[in-house]
Design a protein around this ligand. Structure first.
Ligand code: SAM
Ligand code: SF4
Ligand code: SF4
Length: 339
């Protein structure tokens, strides 16, 4: 029998963290994630019947918790578009063994929802924001949406007690590298933690090229020329962001270097798509279907065996072997499997 204590993959990594995508839809069209040319008016999103309902998702989350998962993150697409999300959060927060339920969002709907999410048991929020300049941000998000609604979302989350909010900024060469310092300045001293993410080659449609990646080390150099930084210890093993602290005590930043400084060795995350497929890597081309076994009446024990077996066979380390064997392979879109 597979148990939490014995479950490791072929590279001795445990299963600790589950990201649940609750929808493949989004109210933005970020060029690096769901470019409008591809995700246009005729794009066929998943119909309702294909998407797992909250009972089904929560049941799977319970099975994952039995296998060692203690952290859940709700994502998408844009998770706040899914109806009655606080009801789902409540179900997740009640699962024994789950000590952290978090959410990644573009923030636009937070002013409406932050309080209900907090009451339901949500612990933390990460909000994505790539620029403080309306024009740049509007171009990146593909909808011309300005910065104000996102800042209002961050504020609403803080007011509701969901802080300190983390801010995710995807940095692209020639697109928003000029925003690194203004973003750092804005969030310094607020207690909010700005994290710079290297532009990744997820999916097949975002036109990724290595020369569009701004390496984390360059970002650290840019910021430290203005404010002295010192590196800080990880908060826990497997933390993806490398931490840097402002020496003047004004807080910290994080760097997520998925391209130039990979962290597959510690990767203890699984992803569940809205359709109920299990992905063991962000760059996988396909997931394992859990919806059919779930709907055809498998017991929790049988589902645990199935999931545990998949984890035991896992050998993913895409970022470490990027460009070696992986060129040209189709990958699932991030908005679909959950970023
Ligand atoms: N819609 C929500 C949001 O934007 O926060 C949640 C889903 S989104 C797919 C999750 C995170 O993935 C966001 O912070 C986004 O910036 C990041 N992301 C999406 N595509 C990316 C890419 N190609 N490279 C790096 N990060 C990416
Ligand atoms: Fe939507 Fe988030 Fe993807 Fe932007 S990054 S298109 S907000 S899912
Ligand atoms: Fe984990 Fe895959 Fe990313 Fe490596 S490439 S850190 S295995 S998700």
């Amino acid at each position: 029998m597979v148990t939490e204590n014995t479950l490791t993959d072929t590279l001795k990594r445990r299963l600790r963290d589950l990201r649940i995508s609750v929808t493949d839809r989004c109210n933005l069209r970020c060029t690096y994630c769901m470019p409008a040319e591809v995700f246009g008016p005729d794009y066929k999103f998943l119909p309702r019947s294909e998407i797992l309902d909250y009972e089904e998702l929560a049941r799977l989350a319970r099975v994952f918790a039995g296998l060692g998962v203690s952290k859940l993150r709700i994502t998408g697409g844009e998770p706040l578009l899914r109806r009655d999300l606080p009801d789902f959060i409540k179900m997740l927060a009640a699962i024994p063994g789950i000590d952290d339920v978090a959410l990644t969002t573009n923030g636009i709907l937070l002013p409406k929802m932050a309080e209900a999410l907090k009451e339901a048991g949500l612990g933390r929020v990460t909000v994505s924001l790539d620029s403080l300049d309306d024009e740049t941000f509007g171009k990146i998000n593909g909808r011309g949406t300005g910065v104000k609604p996102v800042l209002a979302g961050i504020e609403a989350a803080e007011q509701a007690g969901l802080g300190p909010v983390k801010i995710n900024m995807v940095v692209q060469r020639g697109v928003n590298e000029q925003d690194i310092l203004p973003m750092a300045e804005h969030f310094r001293g607020t207690g909010q933690i700005l994290r710079f993410i290297e532009f990744m080659d997820v999916g097949n449609s975002n036109g990724w090229r290595m020369d569009k990646v701004v390496p984390s080390r360059e970002i650290v150099q840019t910021i430290s020329r203005r404010w002295a930084l010192e590196s800080a210890e990880p908060n826990y093993q497997g933390e993806v962001a490398r931490r840097w602290r402002y020496k003047d005590g004004e807080g910290e930043i994080g760097l997520i270097s998925s391209v130039t400084n990979t962290f597959c060795g510690d990767c203890n995350r699984a992803r569940l798509s809205a359709r109920g497929e299990l992905y063991t890597c962000l760059f996988a081309s396909e997931g394992a279907d859990l919806r059919e076994p779930l709907r055809e009446g498998k017991t929790d024990g049988e589902l645990a065996e199935l999931i545990g077996g998949i984890w035991q066979r896992r050998d993913d380390r895409y970022s470490e072997i990027r460009n070696q064997h992986t060129k040209g392979l189709p990958k699932a879109e991030m908005s679909y499997l959950g970023g």
